[in-house]
Design a binder for this molecule. Sequence first.
Ligand code: NAP
Length: 204
Amino acid sequence: MKIAIIGAGNVGGALAQRWVKAGHTVLVGAKFPLSDKHIQLATIIGEDRFTTVLSAVQQCEVVLIATPPMAIFEVITEMGDVSGKIIIDATNTVRQKPTPYDTVFHALADKTPAKVVKCFNSTGFENILNPVYNGRGIDMFMAGDSDPAKSVAHQLALDAGFGACMDFGKSDKVALLEQFALSWINLAIIQGHGRNMAFVVVRR
Ligand SMILES: NC(=O)c1ccc[n+]([C@@H]2O[C@H](COP(=O)([O-])OP(=O)(O)OC[C@H]3O[C@@H](n4cnc5c(N)ncnc54)[C@H](OP(=O)(O)O)[C@@H]3O)[C@@H](O)[C@H]2O)c1
């Protein structure tokens, strides 16, 4: 797949590395593509992958949003026409909501014609960079109303090394999926269990 990554920080950088390794064509869309901030990632995935947000999005069928939530209105403007594209929202509204919306997913669903899915938000970026614990991939989760978008997120989760990508429900479960992410943050950071922990679903 051709994937535009908007937000080349912890999460975007980790998924860029995983998807390049899996053989996908990854472009990173940034406000300042040649910024010093991108040197470390550029040495791993190649500096020719960095371009503007508009250029990356227009060349790709799939777009990952991994920016601070409040940047979403600027990003929507920067992306240009996203008709027919699949947008994966990996953000969490931890501190400030993108008012008047509760989440970035809801802003994207309302303000763009793209097919939107929430995914890759429910664990720490270290677990995205290396999702394997004790020889098996940890679980990822996705929510939204678009089946084609979910199908793409599911495949990209497996390609990134996750063991499974469980359907968390439709768009009415997006806020719950953010709360689920906050549960990981609570355990890992606030309760002090450390970031080297992850969620897996076990079945009888
Ligand atoms: N950190 C985690 O473990 C984790 C896990 C799951 C989900 N999340 C969520 O994922 C999102 C990103 O987190 P992160 O830790 O990866 O943040 P981060 O390291 O701060 O990276 C955010 C990136 O977004 C870029 N950005 C900001 N405004 C932009 C714009 N208008 N256009 C293009 N790029 C823009 C920033 O570029 P500049 O530096 O140039 O501003 C930066 O590269 C957040 O919503 C967070 O809640 C984080």
